[in-house]
Design a protein around this ligand. Structure first.
Ligand code: ZN
Length: 137
């Protein structure tokens, strides 16, 4: 897409601090990091959401997500864990409509909070939703 910032980064039209580039995948540091070492992994081709991606490219992207996360864990000072965040559609917080995975290094006292309030569900409700989803697989 012509006006997509991640497509432009993927083509090298906008500079980025690259961590990895190969095949269909690019990883670079987020310029507005939630924590030090906050990385992004994107498919080079434009896909709006995860559901638009071919399986083979999805596998490539996930392999790099794992590699970058492993490298971040052992190199970014203070990192003791990480979150992977991937949002689909605006309602879920997707700001740039090009698939991207955030790898956010975590350390004690980093004050980041991705927690949500836990709800309750009756077994009947769980079974109803499980049937709906399973029937679509
Ligand atoms: Zn794009």
């Amino acid at each position: 897409m012509d006006d997509c910032i991640f497509c432009k980064i993927g083509k090298g039209e906008i500079p980025s601090t690259k961590l990895y580039e190969g095949g269909n995948v690019l990883s670079f540091l987020d310029i507005n990091p939630a924590s030090k070492g906050h990385a992004l992994v994107i498919p080079k081709k434009h896909y709006h959401t995860l559901l638009d991606m071919p399986h083979e490219e999805m596998k490539e992207v996930m392999e790099i997500v794992q590699k970058i996360a492993a490298a971040v864990m052992t190199t970014i000072p203070g990192t003791e864990g990480f979150n992977i965040i991937q949002s689909n559609n605006e309602v879920a917080g997707q700001v740039i409509p090009h698939v991207h995975f955030h790898i956010i290094p975590r350390s004690k006292d980093d004050k980041l909070n991705f927690a949500w309030e836990q709800g309750n569900a009756e077994q009947e409700e769980l079974e109803k939703y499980a049937k709906l989803v399973k029937d679509k697989l």
